[in-house]
Structures are given as structure tokens and as C-alpha cells.
Design a protein around this ligand. Sequence first.
Ligand SMILES: Cc1cc2nc3c(=O)[nH]c(=O)nc-3n(C[C@H](O)[C@H](O)[C@H](O)COP(=O)(O)OP(=O)(O)OC[C@H]3O[C@@H](n4cnc5c(N)ncnc54)[C@H](O)[C@@H]3O)c2cc1C
Length: 398
Amino acid sequence: MDYDLICVGGGIAGATLGGALARHGARVLILERETRFRDRVRGETVHPWGVAEARALGIADLLLDTCGREVRWWRSSAVGVAGTLERDLIATTPAHTGELTFHHPQMQETLLCAAAEAGAEVRRGAAVVGLAPGSAPAVTLQAAGGSIETLGARLVIGADGRASRARAWAGFAVNRDPERLVVAGLLLASVQLPSDSVQVVSHAATGQFALFFPLRDGRHRVYFAYRRIGTPRPLSGQRQVPAFLAACVEAGADPAWFADAEAVGPLAAFEGADSWVDHPYRDGVALIGDAAVACDPSWGCGLSLSLRDVRTLRDRLLASDDWDAAGRAYAAEHDRYYAALHRLENWRTALVEIGPEADARRARVLPRLAAAAPGDAPDLVGLGPDGPSDAATLCYFS
Ligand SMILES: Cc1cc2nc3c(=O)[nH]c(=O)nc-3n(C[C@H](O)[C@H](O)[C@H](O)COP(=O)(O)OP(=O)(O)OC[C@H]3O[C@@H](n4cnc5c(N)ncnc54)[C@H](O)[C@@H]3O)c2cc1C
């Protein structure tokens, strides 16, 4: 074996797991095809339940010190409904934390540097082009200069994101939800909104909503979620920026927020439907992060789920010399918490459906949610899969 662990991909999942194992003396190789990270329009906010995972993995303070900020308030308003709902996340979450926001490329750079400092070997510009599962799994990589090399490990980690090739090479079958929402994202400078608050606006009649996340440097990551029906073109590409801003206004954003706003990154749109693998371990290959589950960006749980994967797998690997058994234990646990999260996402999606039935559902559920004691109601932001998600609770809130 050349290494104990080879991570295919140096995103939040691969870099954090690689660093965590290297810190405990494992021989780790992280292979990342990008030499420089760019804005791919990805997650830039970690919900409080994910911040608890980041703390358990020892990266929360690192991210806050280098590229992140804590955002205390979650404010939401809806077209046609008076007032704004305000949630103090620090006061109302078990982890007593706000959202952790950062610019994604800076986060990746920070975590890969930290992994290298912990003793992992990090190769940039190294694209994995093949993977052979088995009792002695191996990956084949192509270096920036074009040379090809095959390296073996006790365990290979597929952490290569939502279009993972590692999972196909390892023979995992991928499940997909039917198409639901589409999510478009854009980085904006000079948005006139407070920096201590996430702002959500929604329009029940069209099922559209927009979310604004303040970053450390004063910019905002803005997402707009919509259904394809009635939307002439996908909101992708710089020429669509005015249409994106107009769509946010239709969903309830105040046009004054955009008076001086300037697009400072690409505009891209993604299918929201979940894609996932059942039991993400087989034959010496474990999948983590988006390679295991790419969940609907509308609900902003992908980074938290990736960190849950890393913490769960790290703990199993550190607790046992039998890494095959550890991989199976991780996968069983993964299935359990993802099933809970998936139920919650489906429930949340039903609340943004359109039509009279959906209106009636909202009229029943939203007042109950507002009146529920903390911890009693489904809560994707504060509790994630650890909050109530059983059929009985969801029926009450449906
Ligand atoms: C529009 C959008 C909005 C989102 N918003 C949120 C949000 O608000 N909050 C949230 O929690 N999550 C959000 N997410 C999800 C979040 O971005 C992902 O869950 C998270 O980035 C997954 O991290 P990862 O490390 O698994 O994958 P990635 O971040 O995709 O990293 C994979 C890495 O692997 C590398 N790689 C790929 N193939 C190879 C190869 N063959 N060889 C070597 N390297 C390779 C890539 O270059 C990349 O660096 C959003 C996603 C989208 C699409």
C-alpha cells in the first residue's frame, strides 16, 4: 500500500477528512484536479447543525479566522404577509451558533492548506482518471504534465462532488428524485442589506423564493429557487443577470437592495432534485459529501451533510483497525441520517408547492411551526436530521 487513505477530490469533504486522518498519523494523499479554485456557484453557508460538526472536526475556528463569519439572525418575509419573522440562531439552536458563511473557493484553499499542515500529501492539478475497487483499492491519476500513475491505499475516498466519477468506477448505483426546484446562484457586491442577517423572501403563489447570505467581505451570495414552469430560460450566464435580479424582486426582494449591486461572479443554475447512493461504502471505497448525496441546494444542507459524513467516517476509522468494517458502519449510519434529512427536505418542498391544496397546507402548518417550542418541530436549519422527522411529527406539521 502506498497510503492508508487516498481522497479523490479536495473539496470540503475530501480536504477535511484527509486533514483529520493525517492529524492522527495516517498516511494520506489528497488528489485535487484544480490548481486554483474558482467560483463554481456552490454552498457558502453552513447551518448551525453543520457548524456543530465543523467544531467537532476542529475547523470552525479556522474558517472563522481565515475566510468565514458568523451570521446571527435569520429573517424571512413573504409577499402578501405583513411583517418579517426573525430568528436569533444563537439563542435558539442547541449549538448556540449562527450560520457560518464563507466564499467557497477561499474555504477550499484554507482546508487544503490545513490538511497539508496536518501531514497530508496534497497534489494539485492531479486528475483521477480511474479507480479499481477491491481489498487493495487503487486510483490512477494524471498529473498536470500528462504523466499517468497508479497508487494503492487501504481505503479510497470518493469525494469528487455531485458529478462524481469515483462512484461510477466503484460500481455504485445512483438514485434520483423527480425534478422539483431549480436553484440559480450569483455573487453580488454592494447589496443594501444588514450584514448580521440571512434574508429570505418568498412568494407562495409562484412557489419562488430568494435567499441572501452575507459574506465576510461585505458581498452577498444570493440564490433564487424556482420551478421551470413559466420560466422561459434557465437563469445561467452573465446576460441573464438582470433577469435574475428581477426574479428576486418578484419573489419579494426590495428593489432598493439592488440599487448599487454589481455581479462579481458567474450566474449558474442547477437542478434541485436529490441524487444519492444507498450504503456509500463497498470494496475499499467510501463516498462522502456530494459524491454520496447531492441534496437540493434550496435547503442549504449539503455542506453540513458533508461535514456529518466526515465526522462519522473519521470516528469509525479512528476507532478500529478493520477499515472494511469501519466503512460498512459509516455507510449504515449515513443511510440513517440521510433518510431523516431527505424526509425533512421532502416535507419542506411540499410547503413551497403551488395551488389551492398547497395554500391550505401552508395555512395549517405555518402558524403551528411559529408556535412550536424549540426542538418540537422539524427544523432543517437548527437541528437538521437530528430534529423530529418521524412520520407522526411530519403528519402533524403537514
Ligand atoms: C447552487 C448551489 C447552492 C448550494 N448552496 C448550499 C448552501 O447554501 N449550503 C450548503 O450547505 N450547501 C450548499 N450547496 C451544496 C454544497 O456546495 C456541496 O454540498 C459541497 O460543496 C459538497 O462538497 P464536496 O467536497 O463533496 O464536493 P465539491 O465541493 O464539489 O468538491 C469536489 C472536489 O473534487 C475535485 N474533483 C472532481 N473530480 C476530480 C477528479 N477526477 N480528480 C481530482 N479531483 C477531482 C473538484 O475539483 C472539487 O474540488 C449548494 C450547491 C449548489 C450547486
